[in-house]
Design a protein. Structure first.
Length: 401
């Protein structure tokens, strides 16, 4: 298979090629000025990304995991707390909870969107917990621990159904931290507010990842917390910089979790192109949907909810015998991925939480069938045609039965 005939799962080289000279200008400025930490690049990007997310504040940090951990800590989540989230996500969602001293509680997902199911969230909060009205505390009956927060994950580029989640959080006095690591620019139509809301602008705070493969990716590690709460933003600023508001004056123990100036400068350049890249992703998803009409329903395509503007960080389909499909595509020079093959509640790292196989049936069923197909802004119709042709040939052969 020649290189020209291969279809990569992700192509960052083509994405970055037109921006090389602008990137080099950032490197040169850092070298010429010695400005590697903080400074105008970081402040400028924080202002631009806050505006993009329609939030008042953005705090750049070292990674998406830092963003979640710092957001949880700044919101007062800690030892003895429970935080409700999903198992169908990258481990950073949950490990950042555990690293505060709190404990994750996993809720099953909606099968169509693969995001937190608000009905099952309500069932847990109302059936397995008691509300202490005198102290405005929700307590899980089994453990006796306070339920402090809920973390909806906007998976694959589509927001969770936020109106009912926010209503439940308000009813039970829960903090809402959005995990928006895969949802840069995704939108949610709030019937309650009769307007579109950007991912990251709806909860008390949100964490974003700028890992290189994200829709807005650094050329290394990076992340950000966005919020409309000035106190929470200030707390995150302290946490990212060893607990200090000014040099050598430490109000709390913190972390070394700063976003460096070079990455901030690169992200500021790329942010200017993000809206265009998002439209290219959406166009590619529409082409996939049209091309897959030949699959006769044997491949389950991504569902874009009526209340969502999906940004297609990933284009994830479902098919039985997923591993065989991946093998056939691989033999044809087509890259694929699985996001995520083993749900968190079944991982060794969380065995102590006591979840058994079958405890989250939708999550487990989805995890066994999903496969992520090539998706990036420069994906061509010809490349997509090859992907779909091989996939349709696979299902037509009966191998997917």
């Amino acid at each position: 298979m020649s290189i020209s005939n291969k279809v990569p799962f992700l192509d960052l080289v083509s994405l970055h090629a037109p921006l090389r000279e602008e990137f080099f200008d950032v490197f040169r400025a850092a070298i010429d000025t010695g400005g590697f930490i903080g400074g105008p690049n970081v402040q400028g990007f924080e202002e631009d990304f806050a505006h993009f997310c329609d939030t008042a504040h953005c705090v750049g940090v070292g990674s998406g995991t830092d963003a979640l951990r710092f957001a949880y800590l700044a919101a007062g989540i800690g030892e003895g707390d429970l935080v409700v989230t999903v198992s169908h996500t990258f481990i950073a969602t949950a490990e950042a909870i555990s690293q505060t001293g709190a404990r994750p509680v996993f809720i099953d997902i909606d099968e169509a969107t693969c995001n937190l199911d608000p009905a099952l969230l309500r069932q847990y909060l109302e059936s397995e917990c008691d509300y202490d009205a005198a102290n405005c505390r929700l307590v899980e009956r089994k453990s006796g621990l306070r339920v402090a927060a809920v973390v909806p994950v906007h998976l694959y580029g589509q927001t969770a159904d936020m109106d009912p989640i926010l209503d439940l959080a308000a009813q039970f006095h829960l903090t809402v931290i959005e995990d928006a690591s895969q949802a840069h620019g995704a939108e949610y139509y709030s019937k309650k507010e009769n307007r579109w809301r950007r991912a990251g602008s709806m909860g008390h705070a949100a964490g974003f990842s700028f890992y290189p493969g994200k829709n807005l990716g650094a050329l290394g590690e990076g992340g950000a917390v966005v919020t409309n709460d000035p106190g929470l933003a200030q707390s995150v600023r302290r946490l990212r910089d060893h607990g200090q508001s000014r040099k050598y004056h430490h109000e709390v123990e913190g972390y070394n979790g700063r976003l460096d100036a070079i990455q901030a400068g690169l992200l500021q350049i790329k942010l200017r192109h993000l809206t265009e890249w998002t439209e290219q992703r959406r166009a590619a998803a529409a082409r996939y949907n049209e091309l897959f009409s030949e699959a006769d329903g044997k491949i389950t395509l991504p569902h874009e909810a009526h209340w969502a503007k999906h940004v297609y960080h990933l284009y994830v389909v479902r098919v039985p015998n997923r591993d065989e499909l991946m093998h056939q595509l691989g033999e044809a020079g087509i890259g694929t991925g699985i996001h995520y093959p083993v749900p968190l509640h079944l991982q060794q790292a969380y065995r102590h939480l006591g979840y058994a196989p079958g405890s989250l049936p939708v999550t487990e069923r989805v995890a066994a069938e999903i496969v992520s197909l090539p998706m990036f802004p420069q994906l061509t119709p010809e490349q997509q045609g090859r992907v779909v042709s091989e996939a349709v040939r696979f299902v037509a052969s009966g191998a997917a039965a």
